[in-house]
Design a protein around this ligand. Structure first.
Ligand SMILES: Nc1ncnc2c1ncn2[C@@H]1O[C@H](COP(=O)(O)OP(=O)(O)O)[C@@H](O)[C@H]1O
Ligand SMILES: [Mg+2]
Length: 371
């Protein structure tokens, strides 16, 4: 089979690395000629809304998926007339707009932070009066890695934010004083078969994911069951096919949904070495209707992102159990250029390895999984 992918970044690259092992071929559409997935599949360069390019992608593909959630929904719908597109375009639509996404969670009984739409200065004043400060003001669309959002702590922040943002479509969210951030990754096949990975704890700095580790000390079977129930409702409502990630806050023992991604997710990269079947392989299996693979953890693992620059390769590889993933992207501040997953047989050993890796991969990182 040939799998067509909208987007040619590292997520597509890792999807192809897994799918090629299963005998599949990949064709990517991305506006960038240097795209990282071009090394592992056929890269077509073009705009996401170029109907000629989209038709060509459909002709070459048995099924189409996406690895970037800001591709136009219209393009996914256009393709869906020609070839099956998974996850369903409706999932893309919901997750592209933070306001629709929150309303969608609420409609399924999934708790979220308090929120209010903001289109005018008056809306903002009313929303602040209702939700209080601190609060987080976000653009409804196109935000990622903490871009397009502002924490408002004081009256002054509120006024400055309005001056800076004005006309954009916004949503104000109550600030969640979370103890931890976690995510649940789920996968549902064309056949309806469903599996969940263990909850992953995530550490962000500067709005960017830095470290992920499955089943941290804050993990409980109750949290896992609740997260699975929430994700299960989303899967069912959307008749979902593929991998889905939901980012969650843990606050006062409760799970609060932050946002979802209708695709493979950075907080699932640990699964390449740390789970029986990686999120990438399970995504490919799901969209082709193959039996899904076990999501069970293999030993203990953690993933550390390489942001801005790659760590010294041989120093990473010299650490037993450390696996380097380089995305073949140009280094630039704040850019995800690779990651390291480290695997160990015990928690103790994992912590020693994380401590050895942090200074070379993420010098400002804290060995949080080991506190
Ligand atoms: N309502 C909130 N309360 C507290 N922290 C928040 C809130 N919304 C976002 N954050 C923090 O900012 C990070 C990025 O926000 P998120 O909504 O996930 O946007 P992005 O699309 O950039 O990932 C979150 O992982 C969390 O650390
Ligand atoms: Mg996020």
């Amino acid at each position: 089979m040939t799998i067509g992918v909208l987007g040619g970044g590292q997520l597509g690259r890792m999807m192809a690395i897994a799918g090629v092992a299963l005998g599949q071929r990949f064709v990517f559409l991305d506006p960038g000629a240097e795209s990282s997935a071009g090394h592992v599949g056929n890269l077509r360069v073009g705009a996401y809304d170029d109907e000629e390019r989209l038709s060509e992608l459909a002709r070459k593909s048995d099924v189409v998926t996406y690895e970037f959630e800001n591709v136009p929904v219209g393009s996914a719908r256009f393709l869906n007339e020609l070839v099956r597109v998974y996850p369903p375009p409706r999932a893309l639509e919901v997750s592209q707009d933070r306001l629709d996404e929150k309303r969608f969670f609420a409609s399924l009984g999934i708790p979220t932070a308090g929120f209010a739409p903001v289109a005018t200065n008056d809306d903002l004043e009313k929303a602040v009066a209702t939700l209080g400060l601190p609060a987080v003001l976000k653009t409804r669309r196109f935000g990622y890695d903490g871009k397009g959002q502002w924490v408002l702590r004081t009256r002054e922040d509120v006024e400055n934010a309005w001056e800076a943002l004005g006309a954009a479509s916004l949503v104000l969210e109550a600030f969640v004083p979370f103890e931890r951030e976690m995510s649940i990754l789920a996968v549902r096949s064309k056949t309806g078969e469903t599996r969940f990975y263990p909850l992953v704890e995530n550490e962000h700095r500067g709005g960017i994911l830095r470290v992920s580790y499955p089943k941290s000390d804050a993990w409980t079977p109750e949290l896992q069951a609740r997260a699975e129930a929430h994700a299960g409702r989303v899967l069912a409502e959307l008749d979902y096919v593929g991998v889905l990630a939901i980012e969650l806050f843990i606050t006062g023992g409760e799970l609060v949904a932050n946002e979802m991604a209708p695709r493979v997710h950075n907080s699932g990269h640990w699964t390449i070495e740390g789970a029986e079947t990686s999120q990438f392989e399970n995504h490919v299996r799901a969209i082709l209707g193959m039996p899904l693979g076990s999501t069970r953890m293999v030993g203990y693992s953690a993933m550390i992102n390489a942001i801005g620059k790659l760590p010294p390769r041989d120093e990473v590889l010299a650490i037993e159990g450390a696996h380097l993933h380089a995305y073949a992207k140009h280094e630039a501040p704040g850019r995800k250029v690779g990651h390291v997953t480290v695997r160990a047989e015990s928690k103790r050993e994992l912590c020693d390895k994380i401590e050895a890796l942090l200074p070379i991969v993420d010098p400002e990182g804290s060995p949080r999984p080991c506190r």
